[in-house]
Design a protein. Structure first.
Length: 191
């Protein structure tokens, strides 16, 4: 049980993919302008990361490794991720057109979001079983969503503040992201 707690706390706070490993910065900056869009992207990424991690673990353990095809791991994992993103895109287009339009180009870019591929590869390389994979995937997604939501809340506040012209937009977002990263490094003493 303590290994699951370590995996969960580690993925959310200590090894947060956005704030500690600096993966997924592009969608973080692109989608974090509005809080509702950030939450929607976080939920979409959570679904894709969790399902793709489970599928890629099974694909690796039952097809790639037994047939000596480990060198195809990255390509196979990207194909799985791309398929799941297409499913999410079609689902959102049908069920929530406003969220689909708000996410815009960043929704299909989940396919190239390095957090999704990074979590899938880390789960396989760490030798996690299926439950540890699910725990790590959901926790990594929660950490990604926390980073998105925190940054979007900060960016919404910047809209009403008098920020110098040269810092408006992406520069102040990068500064905020850097300060949040420094704050999250304080969690390294937890485990």
């Amino acid at each position: 049980m303590s290994s699951y707690i370590s995996i969960i706390l580690g993925s959310i706070f200590i090894n947060n993919y956005v704030l500690a490993q600096f993966l997924g910065i592009c969608p973080t900056l692109g989608v974090s302008k509005k809080l509702d869009t950030s939450v929607g992207m976080g939920l979409a990424v959570t679904f894709v990361i969790t399902l793709s991690s489970v599928i890629t673990l099974l694909l690796n353990n039952y097809i790639l490794v037994p047939f000596g095809l480990q060198y195809l791991k990255t390509i196979a994992f990207i194909l799985v991720i791309a398929s799941l993103v297409q499913f999410v895109e079609m689902f959102l287009k049908k069920t929530s057109p406003s969220l689909y339009n708000a996410l815009g180009v960043f929704l299909p870019l989940i396919t190239t979001n390095c957090v999704v591929l990074g979590v899938a590869i880390l789960n396989v390389d760490s030798g996690y079983n299926i439950l540890e994979t699910v725990a790590n995937s959901i926790s990594a997604s929660v950490g990604f969503t926390i980073a998105l939501v925190l940054l979007s809340a900060i960016r919404e506040k910047y809209e009403v503040l008098d920020v110098p012209k040269s810092f408006r937009g992406v520069p102040i977002a990068l500064i905020s992201l850097g300060l949040m990263s420094i704050a999250f490094f304080g969690f390294r003493g937890l485990i």
